[in-house]
Design a protein around this ligand. Sequence first.
Ligand code: SF4
Length: 268
Amino acid sequence: MNNVIQYRRVKCKNAISKSTLPGLDYTINPYLGCEHGCIYCYVPDVLRNKEFQNGWGTIVYAKENIVEALLKQIRAVRPGVIGYSTVTDPYQPFERRMCFARKIIETLLRYRFRISFQTKSSLILRDIDIISGENVEVGFTITSLDKEFTKKFEPNASLPEERVQALETFSEKGVKTWIFYGPIIYGFNDNDENIHNLVNLAKKTRSHILYDKLRLKPIVSNRIKKVLGEEVFEDIKRGDLEKHFRKAYYKVIKLGKEYDVKVEPAFK
Ligand code: SF4
């Protein structure tokens, strides 16, 4: 995808929000929109914003006062586990310019928050010197080790080998790591070889695996049709999607048991 990205700056009132996501007390999202532009991303549906729904991946708002807002808010918030980030990728390309992460991480750790990172970007390696200790964990979404798959479905995220290398680096440093294998897309990333590679990688890096299914919400279906074409869409939704998904996750669980890798659904 060669879309021109529109970068904008906005102000925010609060930096931290309460979270209802499993395992998280709070979230912090320094950006709105995500340049990674994953075709299956259902965040635009969650945000209910026409601009994002029509141009997901091409508009990114940076909350330019996020660090100041965090400093103002943090004393009034009881420390807990904070998801960094949940409706965007904290290390998408705009972060190279905005450089929010270091100040946010230092502030959260100083105030005894535990940070759970989730990213598809190797840019997180830039901050590896401060991402350490028991109060951090780093999750990499690795849907496939096949770069043709990722170029198609995650056009502007780091290549799989870059994510693998970043995951290995954090693991070698002793940071708790995990792999997000989701969404599982029938006929594209649910093959035995891919599952085997992911479980192997989890074993090697002492990571656990969270898996998730594809949610074919109308916005996602339309984007798949628009970007990848009707034929790809028809291939994906062929047959009973729930059944295909269950087949794939049984394989992950079975292999996880064999390799002594913890495997869990992302959403119970
Ligand atoms: S990296 Fe995450 S938030 Fe960004 S487009 Fe992909 S799925 Fe959506």
